[in-house]
Structure formats: structure tokens, C-alpha cells
Design a protein around this ligand. Structure first.
Ligand SMILES: [Zn+2]
Ligand SMILES: [Zn+2]
Length: 148
């Protein structure tokens, strides 16, 4: 996208802008243009794009996914004691996933993490499912205790 005639580079006031950064919309001169995936970006945005994809959401997603099959297996197969032991194992996993995804959210709000990536929303969904499953397991234990 070409900038309007007479536009100047945001970094070099004496240089005519030849392009607009596709991420932040800054005017950039020929010296400031950074090409990434056939699009033009300013130096700051190119730096952000060059960062490796964060592993935090992926790890958080793994931690959030693991408790579900485990929780279902425990409910179906193990007795009350087994379910209690299972809860003691699952809750730290869920807490770790939640801690990681909250760190990621804070990093996003500070602009230190890319806003793309499907693991971030998926992790929130998984944590919600984990909490539902946990409530189910607790209910199972309580019902079992009441029948004794
Ligand atoms: Zn930019
Ligand atoms: Zn420039």
C-alpha cells in the first residue's frame, strides 16, 4: 500500500515515505522497509514478527488437556478413594495451566506477546471444561460419601 503523496518516514523526517507498515500503519521510507511474507513492515514490527512463537500457550494447553481423559477414566473406573487421589493429582495440573495462561494474558496486555495463535483461546476453553469435570468429580465423591 502506498502512502499519500508528501508523507514522510516516521523515523526519518527528511525521507519520503514509500510504504505503510502493514501492522501498525507507520509511514516508512525505503531504508526502514522490512519485508516479511511479502508484506512491508517497520523495524519495530519486524522485530515482533521475528520473535519465535511463544511456547507458553502450547504448554498451558497441554496441561489443561491432560486432566480431562484422566478425570473421566477415574470417574468411570476408580472408587471414591481413587477419585480423591485423582483430584489431588489433577488440581495441580489445572492450576499450572491457569497460572501459565494468566502470565500469557499479562504479557499480551503489555504488548510482549503476539496476539495470534489458537492455543490461547483453546486453553481457556479447556480450563473451563477442566473446572466442570472437577466439579463433577467432587460431586461424585460427595454422593458416594452420602450413600455410606
Ligand atoms: Zn509497524
Ligand atoms: Zn525511515
Amino acid at each position: 500500500m502506498a502512502p499519500a503523496a508528501g508523507a514522510r518516514c516516521a523515523k526519518h523526517a527528511d525521507a519520503a515515505a514509500v510504504d505503510v507498515c502493514q501492522r501498525c500503519g507507520t509511514f516508512i521510507c525505503g531504508e526502514c522497509v522490512h519485508i516479511r511474507a511479502e508484506d512491508e513492515f517497520c523495524a519495530d514490527c519486524a522485530l515482533i514478527l521475528d520473535r519465535p512463537a511463544p511456547t507458553r500457550p502450547k504448554v498451558a494447553f497441554g496441561l489443561a488437556v491432560a486432566p480431562l481423559p484422566l478425570g473421566v477414566a477415574l470417574t468411570l473406573s476408580a472408587g471414591t478413594v481413587g477419585t480423591l487421589v485423582g483430584l489431588a493429582l489433577l488440581l495441580p495440573l489445572i492450576a499450572s495451566a491457569l497460572a501459565l495462561i494468566l502470565q500469557e494474558r499479562a504479557a499480551r496486555q503489555r504488548g510482549q506477546a503476539p496476539l495470534t495463535g489458537r492455543f490461547y483461546p483453546l486453553t481457556w476453553v479447556m480450563i473451563a471444561l477442566d473446572l466442570l469435570a472437577t466439579a463433577g468429580l467432587v460431586g461424585f465423591v460427595l454422593r458416594a460419601a452420602a450413600h455410606r
